[in-house]
Design a protein around this ligand. Sequence first.
Ligand code: URA
Length: 229
Amino acid sequence: MERRLDAWLSNLGYSTRKDAKKFLKQNDLTVNGVKQKYPSFKAKHEEILLNGEPLDPENILILMNKPPRTICSHKDDGALIFNLLPARWAFRIPKVSTIGRLDADTTGAILISDNGELNHKLTSPRSSVSKVYEVTLADPLKGDESDIFASGELMLKNEDKSCLPAKLTIINDKLVHLEIIEGRYHQVKRMFAALGNKVEKLHRVSFAGLTVEDLKEGEYKFINIDDIK
Ligand code: URA
């Protein structure tokens, strides 16, 4: 789609629309190899190079291995997950957000996108997206946890609907994988709390079939929307 250069620059967060003229003076922007300095000039995304580089993608969909002590919110002060992304992405229109949230101390797979429709689809209560967590427990398993989680009858404190069946895979008596298809508030911690145990460490191994084992903490990679299960 053809757009004015000032629209590309402001929507992708490089400059405000107002400052686009100054930005084009201070940077080398070419359209099909020809330098352009007028904000009103129209071009397609793929025709533009900025200082010799393609523009950031029109759509953002990334998978990050969330580090600990980072917050999935735009509102809080402090160590926001968004601070790990290029600074200009904070000014993109539409806004870049996490798809669902992980607690500040939880690490692992989190999708970040500017696609509101996809965000809604993957986080709606009917979406049944698989999330696999590696859970380190404070106390050893008692032995009945797998059956209780699988039963679909576990009630969480202050809720009136039981959890959907979840699959527990035991690695050792204090380390498990738990697969859930819901996304209730603090769900994994509350599921173990309901059985009298405590989660010491929580890492999301995969979200919608996407794993972060190839990413270091804080690293991210672009994802194709078709790779989401
Ligand atoms: N369940 C939790 O308790 N915390 C998370 O961050 C994710 C799932």
